[in-house]
Design a protein around this ligand. Structure first.
Ligand code: IMP
Ligand code: MG
Length: 438
């Protein structure tokens, strides 16, 4: 066996394992990432020099890195061109057409639509300077390497060729650790302030579904207070709670710095089917499905029914097994999909890390409502940053239908992404002023 296989086995990241486990539910970006990883594995196997540790006649790390870099770059350029071709097909068939007949679609049948081009070669070169991918002799380009290259490519495209007008963030794991709050020392705060000062609108699109401003203030006070201290005008930042159910806008002088916005202002016409009756019917089915799972899997949990959601959660200090959470999501999702109630309104069943919730609507509606609230921002000028992009029990991946996305794995990666956006914008500003002066 080549080194690659041993390494792949030892290093398989959690998302990849999850994907194999749930391969029946293949998700576009996961499959695309796996496919790119497979393409890069070939030059890795052929060019890596694991024996140069003990054989002097083999190319040095620097020589090997140069040839690997050139091949990886060329492959990323080829994929970049396939995406350009895919977008051309998409435009002919309409953005929402699912039968795009592009070559990329033939190669990766589950691939979704793209809102912008992705400069993958440039993005690879950027990440290679950071992660030294080409210098590695034992570890092939990984799922995480490619996920981060795609994020960088998305940021480059939004800043250089499109225009970034709205950034929406998930809450838990994206802006702060799971179940924590956005405290004043959070490093995302100065970066979000920077975006706001540049005129970019901000949305926090979270599953956390509270109806009271005070609860959101309790989770987000570090950011909301910083906005007031920096004289950010009202209504430049919104909080969308319960995926797509409750919209609040930042208002400095309101008691909790948030003001509830009437649904007529932000709801999309398609949301008119979200009547109390349809919501109740869907949540009734979901609650009974959750209770079936609680009993089948003997889980020590409480059931929580809210106005727009129903969920299960364990007592403090008890950790549910990943398999229990994911089994519950899949069973509940299946029962709901087969019920007449779910034909009338969209829903989102997801694994929140140590709980399972079924929410009315999903983040595609949440992001589209924010786009509407801010005057009709296009998907190609809007970026959603989140941690849940696997199909089995994830809630951010639905945002992929509404706008460009960045898949991060921790709040530290969100900070790194915002720094990339800031550096790219500064570089763009410099090149504009140079060409303006010429
Ligand atoms: P997010 O990562 O910001 O989308 O937050 C997800 C977490 O919010 C879930 O894992 C739950 O722990 C919590 N949560 C609180 N209320 C709700 C609700 O009404 N629906 C879904 N999740 C909720
Ligand atoms: Mg999250």
């Amino acid at each position: 066996m080549t080194t690659r296989y041993r390494v792949e086995y030892a290093l398989k990241e959690r998302p990849v394992r999850k994907y194999i486990y749930f391969q029946v539910m293949a998700f576009a970006d996961t499959e695309l990432i796996e496919w790119i990883k497979g393409l890069l594995a070939v030059p890795f196997v052929l060019l890596s020099q694991p024996t140069n540790i003990h054989e002097d006649d083999k190319p040095t790390v620097a020589q090997m890195a140069q040839s690997a870099h050139d091949r990886y770059s060329q492959i990323m350029k080829d994929v970049e061109d396939l995406i350009i071709d895919h977008i051309a097909h998409q435009k002919r068939g309409g953005l929402w057409s699912t039968d795009t007949k592009s070559k990329l679609k033939l190669l990766v049948p589950s691939v979704g639509n793209f809102f912008t081009h992705l400069p993958l070669k440039d993005a690879f070169e950027f990440q290679d300077r950071r992660r030294f991918i080409s210098n590695r002799r034992f570890v092939a380009p990984s799922f995480n390497d490619i996920r981060l290259i795609l994020n960088t490519a998305q940021a480059m495209s939004l800043v250089r060729t499109s225009r970034l007008e709205l950034v929406t963030f998930d809450g838990d794991v994206t802006l702060y650790d799971d179940g924590q709050s956005l405290t004043p020392d959070n490093p995302c705060i100065p970066r979000i302030l920077h975006l706001l000062k540049k005129g970019v609108r901000i949305g926090i699109v979270t599953a956390a579904g509270y109806t009271e401003e005070s609860k959101y203030y309790g989770r987000l006070y570090g950011l909301l207070d910083a906005l007031a201290e920096n004289d950010i005008p009202a209504h430049q930042l919104v909080v969308m709670g319960g995926e797509a159910n409750f919209l609040f806008a930042y208002t400095p002088h309101a008691e909790h710095r948030l003001e509830r916005i009437a649904p007529e202002v932000w709801q999309l016409p398609e949301m008119s089917t979200w009547t109390e009756e349809n919501i109740k019917n869907l949540l009734d089915v979901a609650e009974s499905a959750l209770k079936q799972c609680v009993s089948a899997l003997n889980m020590p949990v409480s059931v929580l029914r809210k106005s727009r959601a129903v969920g299960i959660y364990p007592p403090a200090g008890v950790k549910l097994a990943r398999e229990q959470l994911e089994e519950t999501v899949l069973v509940v999702q299946r029962i709901l999909e087969m019920s007449p109630a779910a034909k009338k309104i969209p829903f989102c069943a997801f694994n929140g890390g140590n709980d399972v919730f079924v929410d009315i609507g999903d983040k595609s509606w949440g992001v589209m409502a924010c786009q509407r609230y801010f005057g009709g921002i296009e998907g190609g000028r809007s970026l959603h940053v989140g941690d849940q992009f696997l199909s089995a029990g994830a809630n951010d991946f639905k945002a992929r239908l509404a706008c460009t996305t960045a898949w991060i794995a921790s709040p530290a990666e969100t900070v790194a992404l915002l720094d990339e956006v800031q550096d790219l914008s500064a570089a763009r500003g410099r090149s504009h002023s140079l060409s303006g002066g010429a």
